[in-house]
Every structure is written in C-alpha cells, then in structure tokens.
Design a protein around this ligand. Structure first.
Ligand SMILES: Nc1ncnc2c1ncn2[C@@H]1O[C@H](COP(=O)(O)OP(=O)(O)OP(=O)(O)O)[C@@H](O)[C@H]1O
Length: 768
C-alpha cells in the first residue's frame, strides 16, 4: 500500500476487488459452458451422418464455434485477471446529466446483471479519449459520427499481481506518469505492449482508416514497430466481422525481428497473424528455388573501408537501385508485351483443311479479350474456346465431308451404267469417305491438346536470364542508362544465375514475372499488410506486393534517416505515394517524438544525423527522460581498448540486462569477439543475419543488423574500421547510437569517428 494514499484509494481497491471477483465468476462459468458445449458435441457426434447436413451436424458446428469463442474469452480474461484495467476516465456525454465511469483495460468485460461494461477494451471508440484528451471537452469518432462530451477525470492505476499499488490523476498540468515509469524500465529481450501509455500522435496512427494506404515517417524510437502491432490488434477488434487475423501479414526485415516482436500481439490477445520476412514470403511465391546469396553482402562491401574503389562501389549501389526501380519494372513490361505477341504458336487452329480459329483471331483473343489474365491462365480460357468451337464445328465438318463424298457417289451412280468399273469407283469412294471421316474424327480427339503442345515451355528463371541478357537490356532500356552500367548489370547477374544463385534485389522482378506469366495458384488470403523498417524496401518491392496481393490496405512505417540500405531502398516517401499508390488516397503521418532513449543520447545522436544531406530531415525530439552523458574513450592500442571494455562490461552487467557492443562490420565484430575471448571468461554472443532469437545478455552486433532492436546499454566499438562522414556511415552510426535505452559509450581508436570533431564537447564526456 502506498504511503501517501490517494483520497479514493479505498474506493478503487473495492472496485478492483469487485472486478476480480466478477472475472473469477465469469471464468468459472465459462469453464462450465465449455464442458456443456463439449458434451453437446459428443451427443451430436453420435447421431452424425457425415453425408447429410442434419441437425446434428449444425449442432456440432454451432457448439464448436461457441467453444472457440468461449476459449478466446477465457484466455483473454485469464491473461488480465491480475491487472484487469490500467485507467479510468469519467466521461459526461453531451446532453446527459451523469458522467459514466469507464475502466479501460486490455480486454472488455460486460456485467450482464448490471447491464453495464465493467471494463472497456482499449480499442473501443470511446477509449480514444483516454489517449487523446485532457480534462475538459473531448470528442471521439464512432461508426456513425463524432461523439462529444466532457472528461471529468483521467486516472491511471498501477496494479501488480491483483493489488492496487498506486493511483495517478492526470490534470491539465501533470505529465503522463505512466509513460515516465514505463520508459525508465530496463529492456528485456522482447518488445512490450504499450496499451496503457499510447500517446495521442500514436493513437491516431493506430486508429487511422483501414481502407487507404498509411505511410508513417517516424524518427528513431518513436514507437513505429510497437504501434504497427497495436494497429493490427485494433483493426482485428474493430473489423472483426470482415477480417480474420490470417488476413494480416507483418513483413519484417529478418527472423531476429520476428522473435523480438513476438510477445506483443499475444499480450494484446491477438493470435495467428502471419509474420514473415520479405525473403521468405517471396521464396514462397516464386516457388522455384535458386540459392539466395547473403543479402548483407552488398552493404558489407559498401561500408568496408578497404577492398573496393569508389567507382566499383558506385556500380554495386547503382545496380541494386536499378533492380528495385520502377524503370526496371517498365523494362519487364516491355519484355512482356513482346513475349505476349509471340506467345501463341504461329499457326491456325484447324481441323482437316478447315480453319476453326485463325492465328490472328487467336492472337486477338489472347492479347485483347484475355489481357487481364496472366499468360498461362489465358491459355486455360483459350482452351475452353477451342474445345467449344471444335465441338460444334466438328459435326458440320464431318457432315460436309460425308455430303461431299455422297454427292460424288450419287453423281457416279446417275452418270455411269452399272458395271465392274462403276462398282470399283464407288467402293473406292466409299472407302475413301470412311477413312477420311475416321481420320478427321481421330484428329479431332487430340486437336486441342496438339495445339497446346506447340507452345514453347520456358521456365521463370529462363525468362529472367533472357531478360538480363545484355542485348535484351539494351533493347528495353527506357531511360538513359550508360552501356557500361547495363553491361555490368548483365554480366554479374548472368554469373549469379549460371551458378543458380540470386540476390535479394532479384525477388521483386522474379515475383512480378511469375505474377504476369503464370499468376499464383495458391489462395493468398493476406490483404492487409504491415511493413516495418519500410525505408529499406524499393519501389518495385512495394509495387509487387500491392499487385500480387491486390490490395491497398498497407501500413508502411519507416525512417528515412535510418535508411542504411538507401542504395536499394526508399529515400523519399513521396515516390512511394506517387508511383506505387495514388497519392490522393494515401494517408501520410509523421512521428517526431522519440520514446526509447534519454535526452542526452538523443541530442548526441541528432548532432550526428544532422550532417547528412537531407533538407527535409526532422530531428527526433526525446521524451523528457534524463540520463547520463554519452561517454567517449580513445585508444591508441586495441589491447588496451579491449581490456578496459571487458572490465566496463562486467560493471554494467551488475545493473543492466541487455548490452550491445556494436561494431561497424561483421568482420570487426568477429575480431572483437576473438579479442574478448582471449581476455577471459566474458560470455558474448555474436549476432548474424541467420540468428532468429536474442536471449538478452551481452551481444556483439554489426551496425546494420542492430536496426529495429534496442538495448539498455550500447557500446560502439571501433577496432580497425572507421566511420567516415559519408551518408551511409553517418546513418549507421546514428542507428547504432539510437539503439540505447539508457547508456551510450564509444570505445574508439583515436579519430575513428571523424564527425565527432564537429560536435560540441558538451554533448558527450571524454574520459581519457
Ligand atoms: N507510448 C509509449 N509508451 C511507452 N513506451 C513507448 C511508447 N512508444 C514507444 N515506446 C517505447 O519506445 C521504444 C521504441 O519503440 P519502437 O522500437 O517501436 O520504435 P521505432 O520507431 O520502431 O524505433 P526504430 O525506428 O528506432 O527502430 C520501445 O521500447 C517502446 O516500448
């Protein structure tokens, strides 16, 4: 019990006890219903005739549905029973006399006897006033319009293990105490739900309209990943009748990320949402498999200080950008136009010497009437037309042949006298007629099949290889691209394909080709897509997803300032809005407040990122949470650096759960791991892009894999690599810095991070 009790403490304790009791009653009753439903199913099963849609069958179905529902309610209530709600608002609806007391929690509960809600789900329309409003006039959106009223009280509760620990009332002047408290907590290894502390600007993203694409540009730590998950929970709740969880798909940058976010949806009572990396989803769609080369190979080459010349780096970056561009898509479209024109076998569809469909007629049907379908699906339609026409023309043709011969026979009969010769001619004609009829009949049996056998069979990868042929590329290039660049693109792509390998940038064009030539047979249920870290996707990748899934329901969240894959990703949301979606249909929002890190760390990181050349860059505004200044240590010898680092980590481990040592490249991470191993018994794990889980503790992470994650402490370590002031290096450094929740250290070889010279010493502390 708190020392300075709130005046309503006792009242709230009683209310909490009452709610808990009621939940327990509902849980008991639900358990009982469940066994009744099960018993009823058992009874019905005994009488069930599987071929018949009998009453028993319907009983089984209805009871199964009840059981599912009861299970869901049961599980949800079980989850919240020790913390049924987190807030209360007193709301007086316009025109009403008395205010209602609304208790807001992660699930709803209705008290049947009193005919009133005991707990309001945080996703309900009225709960919006808790997130948006301050004491005084408020309004919220319902299905039918805007409801207005007055909020008389906004109260937050800390409830632990079913016990009321604290009460905070928020008035006009106070800050969100909950938010402060929740941000002070150390990171565990997974992201958590924020239903009790969602902020206004986040609430508006979560509740944005479902039926238009939503693009969210949010600074580092603004809660993009978190609110993306809350939005899914909100949409599933609000549009329960129209969508199932498996209509939703979250596309994540890597498997580690799936693990990192895996707690949030179940905490919010949502199961079965599809989560996939872009790579996995594309591989599933494409089907045929070539080996994917390491997707980080390019960034590794681009950021390593040695190895390649600037010109070579430029070509690598250009080719990745080109494969992700809509210009490349247009080239594929031109290739497809030509392919379409040559798709049909160059022959008429004929029986005997009768043309049933001329080549030109068939081409017209194929290219015009069926143009909405992929080529191979057009073939199926064409097959129907050919079969139909053959069916009704065949009889006529047979009759014509018969009539023709019969005419000849009659003519002989009437013109020739009865004789051996006449008999011989007539028999010959009759034999000829019968053979011909038999022949035509036989031919007609396989005519359609024979026609389709004349189609060329070319595999997806053969098409792609052909497309990336130097001559084809030069033929279809729609924009001014130098011959040298196209030759480079062709050469290295052909080398990969020859080895049956592909790179990440090939997936969008391959899926697009497949979509246009074969289409997809499997029933893709997904029609609502959430893409996080979306700055890393190319326009072609967005386009392909939109085309294949045939939907506009996209929630796209990212941060251009963290675009370390900008060479293959997106630099400008306007392009996504204009070229992928129709701009006027898009809802675009920005999030400027950052919740992850302290003021000191965020201010320091802002000093770094403001050096990139981005005129519209919005710097993150940290939430009011103070910490310590970032610390910088300079070394001239690696051995001293690693020795100091080891003892520092030992100290930090006493206070913090998750500590990341971030090096620029994987190579440097390996070097650090070896150096630390030599020094003793510090247990560190090196994270690479194959890892699919992070169990906390001390890890070494390459800068480009740290994106999206967070740690209590971040130590940026430079052994041999340095961060120059080019855009990519500055972004990598920024990403690394903004992973920190509480403390940031830099252990560097003197001068390795040159941008530090430009930053005022006030932003950090130098310790040696
Ligand atoms: N309203 C909030 N209440 C409490 N914590 C919040 C809130 N919003 C965000 N956070 C916390 O801030 C941190 C950053 O959130 P998240 O990872 O979702 O941000 P992000 O925008 O995806 O970050 P980045 O782009 O840097 O990866 C998380 O620890 C999250 O729990």
């Amino acid at each position: 019990m708190p020392e300075n009790k709130h005046k309503d403490y006792q009242v709230e304790v009683e209310r909490l006890e009452y709610t808990k009791d009621y939940i327990n009653k509902v849980l008991d009753a639900t358990a009982e219903y469940k066994s009744e439903y099960k018993a009823d199913i058992r009874e019905a099963m005994k009488e069930l005739d599987f071929l018949d849609s009998s009453q028993s069958y319907i009983r089984v179905l209805i009871n199964s549905k009840f059981i599912d529902q009861a299970n869901e309610n049961y599980e949800n209530l079980l989850k919240v029973k020790d913390k049924p709600y987190f807030a209360r608002v007193d709301f007086k609806s316009a025109g009403k006399q008395n205010p209602e007391q609304l208790y807001i929690g992660k699930t709803s509960l209705y008290e049947i006897e009193a005919e009133q809600p005991l707990i309001i789900d945080w996703r309900a329309p009225i709960a919006s006033i808790y997130y948006e409003g301050r004491i005084g006039e408020v309004s919220y959106q319902t299905e039918t319009g805007v409801e207005k009223g007055e909020m008389l009280l906004k109260r937050q509760f800390t409830i632990e293990d079913g016990e009321l620990k604290d009460i905070f009332d928020i008035d006009i002047t106070t800050n969100d105490a909950f938010l402060q408290a929740s941000l002070d907590v150390n990171a565990d290894n997974r992201l958590k739900d924020i239903a009790s502390t969602i902020q206004g600007e986040q609430n508006r993203v979560i509740r944005a309209k479902i039926d238009q694409p939503l693009i969210v540009q949010g600074v580092a730590g603004s809660g993009k990943t978190t609110i993306a998950l809350h939005r899914i929970a909100y949409l599933i709740y609000t549009y329960e009748d129209s969508f199932d969880p498996d209509n939703f798909m979250i596309i994540t940058p890597n498997k580690l990320f799936i693990d990192y976010i895996s707690d949030v949806l179940p905490e919010l009572g949502v199961e079965n949402v599809r989560q996939s990396t872009f790579i996995d989803f594309m591989e599933e769609l494409i089907g045929e498999k070539h080996e994917l080369i390491d997707p980080d190979q390019k960034i590794t080459k681009l950021i390593a200080s040695d190895d390649l010349t600037d010109q070579e780096k430029e070509l690598i970056a250009w080719s990745a950008a080109f494969k992700g561009s809509l210009e490349f898509k247009e080239m594929i479209d031109s290739y497809l136009v030509d392919l379409g024109k040559r798709y049909l076998p160059r022959m008429d569809f004929r029986l005997d010497n009768h043309i049933l469909f001329s080549y030109w007629e068939l081409n017209e049907i194929f290219l015009e009437q069926l143009k909405h379908l992929p080529f191979e699906k057009r073939k199926a339609q064409l097959k129907k037309s050919l079969s139909n026409r053959l069916r009704w023309r065949k009889e006529k043709i047979l009759k014509e042949i018969e009539d023709n011969y019969n005419g000849k026979i009659n003519a002989i009969c009437s013109s020739m006298e009865e004789s051996e010769d006449r008999r011989f001619i007539l028999i010959k004609l009759m034999d000829e007629r019968d053979t011909k009829l038999e022949e035509v009949e036989k031919k007609s049996k396989t005519l359609v099949k024979d026609y389709f056998q004349a189609f060329k069979k070319i595999s997806l990868f053969d098409h792609y290889t052909k497309l990336l042929n130097k001559i084809t590329l030069l033929k279809y290039a729609t924009v001014e691209i130098s011959k040298e660049k196209l030759e480079y693109l062709s050469k290295y792509s052909q080398e990969l394909l020859k080895k049956k390998e592909v790179e990440l940038e090939d997936y969008a064009p391959l899926a697009y080709l497949k979509h246009k030539i074969w289409g997809f047979d499997q029933d893709i249920k997904v029609n609502n897509v959430v893409m996080d870290e979306a700055q890393d996707y190319s326009l072609f990748q967005f386009y392909v997803l939109k085309e294949i899934l045939n939907t506009n329901m996209f929630t796209i969240l990212g941060d251009i300032a963290q675009g370390i894959h900008a060479y293959r990703g997106t630099n400008d949301w306007n392009k996504v809005m204009e070229d992928v979606f129709a701009k006027e249909e898009i809802s675009y929002r920005t999030l400027e407040q950052s919740y992850r890190t302290t003021i000191e760390v965020m201010d320091f990181a802002n000093q770094v990122i403001k050096n990139i050349n981005a005129p519209n860059l919005v710097l993150a505004k940290p939430v009011i949470r103070r910490g310590q200044k970032p610390q910088l240590r300079n070394y001239n010898q690696v051995s001293n650096l690693t020795k100091d680092l080891t003892s520092k980590i030992a100290k930090l481990k006493e206070e913090y759960q998750s500590i990341a040592l971030i090096c620029k490249t994987t190579k440097e991470c390996q070097q650090l791991k070896e150096s630390l191993a030599k020094l003793g018994n510090l247990k560190v794990k090196l994270i690479d892009n194959k890892d699919d889980s992070y169990a906390g503790g001390v890890v070494i992470v390459p800068s480009y894999l740290a994106k999206g994650l967070e740690f209590d402490v971040v130590v940026i370590v430079n052994l041999a690599e340095s961060y120059t002031e080019n855009e990519l290096d500055l972004k990598l450094l920024y990403v690394a810095m903004t992973r920190s929740l509480h403390r940031l250290y830099i252990y560097q070889q003197t001068g390795a991070i040159s941008v530090l010279d430009k930053i005022d010493n006030d932003f950090y502390e130098t310790l040696n």
